[in-house]
Design a protein around this ligand. Sequence first.
Ligand SMILES: O=C(O)[C@H](O)[C@H](O)COP(=O)(O)O
Ligand SMILES: [Mg+2]
Length: 308
Amino acid sequence: MTKSIGPVKVDSVDVAKQLVEQYDTFLFDCDGVLWLGSHLLPHIKETLDLLVAHQKTLYFVTNNSTKSRAAYAKKFASFGIIVSEDQIFTSGYASALYVRDTLKLQPGKDKVWVFGESGIVEELKLMGYESLGCNDPRLDHPFDIATSPFIAQGLDPDVKAVIAGLDTKVNYHRLAITLQYLQQPDIKFVATNIDSTYPNKGHILPGAGSMINCVAFAAGREPAACGKPNPNMLNAIVTAKQLNRSKCCMVGDRLNTDIRFGVEGKLGGTLLVLTGIETEQNALDASGDHPLPKYYAEKLGDLYELIN
Ligand SMILES: O=C(O)[C@H](O)[C@H](O)COP(=O)(O)O
Ligand SMILES: [Mg+2]
């Protein structure tokens, strides 16, 4: 009988080197792996530099839809890390691709109601779609059915889809108007991602999935979710970058999104770091619903600290 081997902890030079040597491409989740909000985790820049020095190709795959790829490139630059826009994939971008390539909405004609932040709107705009909702200041006003301009003017008949994502300005007005659109059965319902929570500076905060579930529950509808672990997102990256899956390693902090994305996407490896959502106990718990990683580490910066 073969003994099943659980996740290997990256806690020695040998394991760290073995991990780095096996793969030629690393796909990094961002929240909880590279940073917590605006706080860069220890030795991230050094680890990314080390991988580049070893001729590794790096991509960044985040479910956080609040920023566009261009805005993420600026965020990386603010930490002194040079990353180009075409190395970055977001769930907002994946959702815009879904609107264009699967729903086949017509740019310049069909519109999208956005329950979420500017990262979604900017990606849609690049594809020629007009968005409504999002950070429209009228939605900041307390909801009153008698005075809401969105109720008074009625729904825009050109809206053909709702995209819902993480919205840190969520309020009743946004929920109420999003629901009005979702009550139209012909309007498609798209979710950026399913993360129930996300980590930020020592706190676990409500994630996109928690907000999307609120409007999904009210509407009695199930959205098409575009971010990790949806294989379409990985397929888009593999095709665009001509990747050999067996030589790729997905690095993430969440089992049901990042590690599932890597395992079900048949990537050669997965590395779970414990700086975000999961604990060491979760990393080793084979009784859960989610696939386990091939490797796990206390933090991504351990690769640099061990190898250097
Ligand atoms: O949308 C969310 O719930 C969060 O932003 C989530 O943390 C996604 O970010 P990621 O960990 O994929 O970078
Ligand atoms: Mg994460």
